[in-house]
Design a protein around this ligand. Structure first.
Ligand SMILES: NC(=O)c1ccc[n+]([C@@H]2O[C@H](COP(=O)([O-])OP(=O)(O)OC[C@H]3O[C@@H](n4cnc5c(N)ncnc54)[C@H](O)[C@@H]3O)[C@@H](O)[C@H]2O)c1
Length: 428
């Protein structure tokens, strides 16, 4: 009798996408799970998937429909937690994988959450502010049946920000009949947001990057860094490295790639992006660079901080960095991992490198519940401590088991989740 299928019927093998990468990562860690491997199937299927239709009236009076998702991958250790992405290429496979990486990440960083993620298949640049607000509110209302401060707590991700979180919080609160600030994190400070949350993911990337550089004897001062994605994560991480004396030699975003062998002026680049929406056309660049050539850049650290499946078997062999610091979720495919490993490149995996965001989201949630707010110094100090300790723990397991940092981080995360599952037992 077949007790389970490898791939759920709602995904097809040839369109398995990022979920396939996640499954391979789970298969790679399974031999190290000991007796807990009996529970590993629980990690290979999301607990709950909600697909919603999001209709809005456009400014011109026509009706548009968007596809929305909220996936709760695992809640063994606590409520679901994970961002909401607005992007034209959002798919179920992508949201499933992102929710699963949240499960591993919250466990590896030891914050008391499960894993979840949401998204709408839309290019928000094509919407007016009014349309964006109506879409956000209708989506929130549709997923309102499964989110809540104790159930599942959304946060910002690609193309969502504090304003979107404020609309989500307001919509949920209106439906509940009382203000529920703890339903989302990444809110504006004036609505129960936390100091340091906006910068938290980038700051965490920087802290872990310093730790990784230390391990291979690389001095951050003067180190050459290439960054893909210059938004909330990549932009903040680049600025912190720049302030620490590193040279940001190349930056790529959705619309362009800029390069300067002596390092770009990050402050001027940020001002240019604020004005034009992209790095393209930045006057401080030395030369124009094609999108493809980004992967050939001579650098010490490469920070993918855009989307998943960017470093693949087709470009991994070209990468000249000593460290890949994953700001994005799922930027490196398993095949690329193998190539980089053979080349001796140190890959610091997403589930640890970008865990700073969910860590300060946890602080925000705790502050909302107690209605007592901490100073930015307190937040940054606690963030730095949690990130450094989590990274050291991953390095320790990697050395002990002679595995990659990714498998080590998965080993720590999966063990915590499956221990919780085993202790709780199966209902009924
Ligand atoms: N925001 C967070 O707190 C957080 C936390 C953990 C992980 N992440 C992950 O970090 C990544 C970036 O998220 P963000 O919040 O910075 O998003 P963002 O919307 O602030 O920025 C995204 C950046 O990626 C660029 N980009 C988009 N498509 C691209 C492409 N095809 N090629 C190159 N660049 C492209 C955009 O131009 C932009 O600069 C995502 O993988 C996200 O899941 C975000």
């Amino acid at each position: 009798m077949t007790t389970h299928h490898e791939i759920p019927s709602y995904l097809t093998p040839h369109e398995i996408g990022p979920w396939g990468d996640y499954i391979t990562q789970i298969e790679r860690v399974t031999p190290y799970l000991g007796s807990l491997s009996r529970w590993v199937e629980t990690l290979k299927r999301p607990k709950r998937i909600l697909v919603v239709d999001v209709p809005i009236e456009r400014d011109d009076g026509t009706i548009a429909h968007f596809e929305g998702y909220r996936v709760q991958h695992n809640t063994s250790r606590g409520p679901g937690k994970g961002g909401v992405r607005f992007h034209q290429n959002v798919t179920l496979s992508e949201v499933m994988a992102l929710s699963a990486w949240m499960t591993i990440k919250t466990a590896a960083a030891n914050v008391p959450y499960g894993g979840a993620k949401g998204g709408i298949r839309v290019d928000p640049k094509t919407l007016s502010q009014g349309e964006l607000q109506r879409m956000t509110r209708r989506y929130t209302s549709e997923i309102g049946i499964i989110i809540g401060p104790n159930k599942d707590i959304p946060a910002p991700d690609v193309n969502t920000n504090e304003q979107v979180m404020a609309w989500m919080m307001d919509t949920y609160s209106m439906n509940e009949g009382s203000t529920a600030t703890g339903v989302v994190t990444g809110k504006p400070i004036s609505l129960g947001g936390s100091l340091g949350r906006r910068e938290a993911t980038g700051r965490g990337v920087f802290v872990v990057g310093e730790g990784a550089a230390n391990r291979i004897g690389l001095d951050i001062k003067g180190a050459k860094i290439a960054v893909q994605g210059f938004g909330n994560v990549g932009g903040v991480a680049a600025k912190l490295f720049y302030e620490a004396g590193a040279k940001i030699v190349a930056v790529q975003d959705h619309a362009g790639t800029v390069f300067h062998s002596n390092g770009l002026d990050v402050i001027k680049l940020q001002a240019h992006i604020k004005e034009t929406g992209s790095v393209a056309g930045f006057a401080g660049a030395e030369e124009k660079m094609s999108r493809e050539n980004f992967w050939d850049v001579q650098c010490d650290i490469m920070i993918p901080a855009a989307l998943e499946q960017q470093i693949t078997e087709h470009n991994a062999h070209r990468i000249r960095a000593k460290i890949i610091l994953e700001g994005a979720n799922g930027p490196t495919t398993p095949k690329a991992d193998d190539i980089l490993d053979d080349k001796g490149v140190l890959v610091v995996p997403d589930v640890i490198a970008n865990a700073g965001g969910v860590t300060v989201s946890y602080f925000e949630w705790v502050q909302d519940f107690s209605s007592y707010f901490w100073t930015e110094d307190e937040i940054n100090l606690r963030l730095t401590r949690i990130m450094s300790e989590a990274f050291e723990a991953v390095c320790h397991v990697a050395e002990d088991k002679k595995v990659s940092l990714r498998t080590a981080a998965f080993l720590i995360g999966c063990t915590r989740v499956l221990q919780a599952r085993e202790m709780r037992g199966l209902y009924p």
